[in-house]
Write a protein that binds this ligand. Sequence first.
Ligand SMILES: Nc1ncnc2c1ncn2[C@@H]1O[C@H](COP(=O)(O)OP(=O)(O)O)[C@@H](O)[C@H]1O
Ligand SMILES: [Mg+2]
Length: 250
Amino acid sequence: MSEQLEQQVAQLQQQLSAMQSMATLGELTSTATHEFNNVLTTVINYARLGIRNKDESSRDKAFDRILDASQRAAKITATILAQARHRDGELKPTDVRELIADSLVLLEREMRKYRVSIETDLADDTPLAVANANQIQRVLLNLLINARQAMPEGGTVLIQTRADGGELVLSVRDYGSGIAASELPKIFQPFYSTKQGPDESGKGGTGLGLAACKEIIETHRGRIRVESTVGKGTAFIIRLPATDEQTAAA
Ligand SMILES: Nc1ncnc2c1ncn2[C@@H]1O[C@H](COP(=O)(O)OP(=O)(O)O)[C@@H](O)[C@H]1O
Ligand SMILES: [Mg+2]
């Protein structure tokens, strides 16, 4: 290949990688902003209710709801701030179980809306991963949103973590549509999507989600693979290098 062509290919690869990372960041910020707005609406509505109803029990209820909603708002901003903090891409000992909890805060309402319940099975001996918290959180959100979209009638998503031979194993399993064997080799390719476009919550349809997941996991020197049966469901299984340290028992 001529030097010029090589340069062009390198440039295009960089652009693709930037697009992938924008697509995943977009899913995160749109989720967080959306959730934050919902919480604000709750605060405003209960503040109005409290002003309108002078009796003590209505006011107590209003204050309780406002307090709950504000605490949720604080958790959401904490997640966004954490994203800003880990922006440098550095890999360090990271508690994946904490990232799972953060992701669930962000997706709680969305999942309820689509009647998807999330179960977790996080082994006590789950090690810390050598990872960038930001990037792993984006992988998690991507997989969880894909899982939700694979179950239009609702259902269960199971998230598991465990230790295995010096690695952390993380899996996200849904009981949705599944993927045909003939399509499986394509799903990690950029722009491969079977979705018509973003859904009503503005997610999916770019075909960049899994491509970004794969790139992120490979930069971590980890592996991601998929198991799927049409009509039964899909599992994404990720292995990440772990530290020798263990997380504090949850
Ligand atoms: N959990 C899943 N269940 C069924 N199909 C899936 C799942 N995750 C991904 N897919 C398939 O892989 C394709 C690519 O996924 P992704 O890269 O996230 O792009 P997008 O979500 O924008 O379509 C999806 O369009 C879908 O066909
Ligand atoms: Mg997706």
